[in-house]
Design a binder for this molecule. Structure first.
Ligand code: FE2
Ligand code: FE2
Length: 256
């Protein structure tokens, strides 16, 4: 009988509860209220962030020997995605909400896990298989590093959704123009910093099947462009199965 693995911080009740918060908001249909769309969109993104992390955390002990370079790329991107998400919020999103004052508590929460996340990235960098001086990778070390910040980060992402609650935004005097300008700034920044041929397949692989995300991406982007990019540029070993409408990937979530 297979011995079930310890999923560390992923099994923490606070992490499970926080992920339920994002998922249960993100799974709703697109809200008609522009204010409610703000929280809905963020909930979907937070769900994808955690799905990517879950995939690489759980698969750290299930890497085929010849496949480590793929696993490494997926793992590094998954952790970096979380780091980049919060950097983008601080530079290009929060400032539009009452000059940043509305999100000040959430921005302070970022500081609680920013350093430990960078330490995880530094660990992954030390085992980067494309470097001649790369050290051997240990799943236990990687997971212990993630365990140092995952609970705090997961709880923060739920708290942020509380700040973005539609009624709270309205009471706080946030305007539709504020939200639209923030969205535009985030969009421009993302397009200028992400390498689309890699980042689009990576994010799409983490989207739950019933989510309408990213909403701006047309059907052909989801079902033609994304699989083409994954196929042509080989992000990990991802392949798209048309009949099942699902991805097979190096770091699946949940792991098979
Ligand atoms: Fe955040
Ligand atoms: Fe966020």
């Amino acid at each position: 009988m297979a011995v079930s693995e310890d999923w560390g911080s992923l099994s923490d009740p606070d992490v499970i509860e926080a992920r339920d918060v994002y998922y249960n908001i993100g799974i709703r249909p697109l809200p008609k209220d522009r204010y409610a769309q703000e929280q809905w969109n963020m909930a979907q993104l937070h769900t994808c962030v955690m799905n990517r992390l879950e995939g690489v955390y759980k698969n750290a002990t299930h890497i085929a020997p010849h496949d480590f370079h793929n696993y490494w790329a997926v793992a590094y991107d998954a952790v970096h995605f979380l780091h980049e998400h919060h950097e983008t919020e601080e530079g290009h999103y929060f400032p539009y909400f009452d000059g940043g004052n509305l999100m000040i508590a959430n921005e302070n929460q970022h500081a609680e896990f920013a350093e430990p996340i960078l330490e995880t990235l530094a660990y992954l960098d030390s085992v980067n298989p494309s470097k001649p001086e790369a050290q051997p990778f240990f799943a236990s070390k990687f997971r212990a590093s993630v365990d140092r910040w995952l609970v705090t980060a997961a709880k923060h992402m739920a708290a942020e959704l509380g700040t973005l609650d539609a009624e709270h935004l309205k009471r706080s005097g946030v305007t539709v123009h504020d939200m639209d300008t923030a969205k535009e700034d985030v969009g421009k920044h993302t397009m200028s910093t992400q390498v689309l041929k890699y980042s689009l397949p990576a994010i799409m692989a983490a989207v739950p099947r019933d989510f309408d995300f990213p909403r701006e991406l047309p059907w052909w982007g989801k079902f033609i462009l994304t699989p083409m990019l994954a196929y042509c540029f080989g992000y990990g070993r991802m392949k798209y199965y048309w009949n099942a409408k699902r991805w097979e990937k190096t770091a699946p979530n949940p792991p098979s």
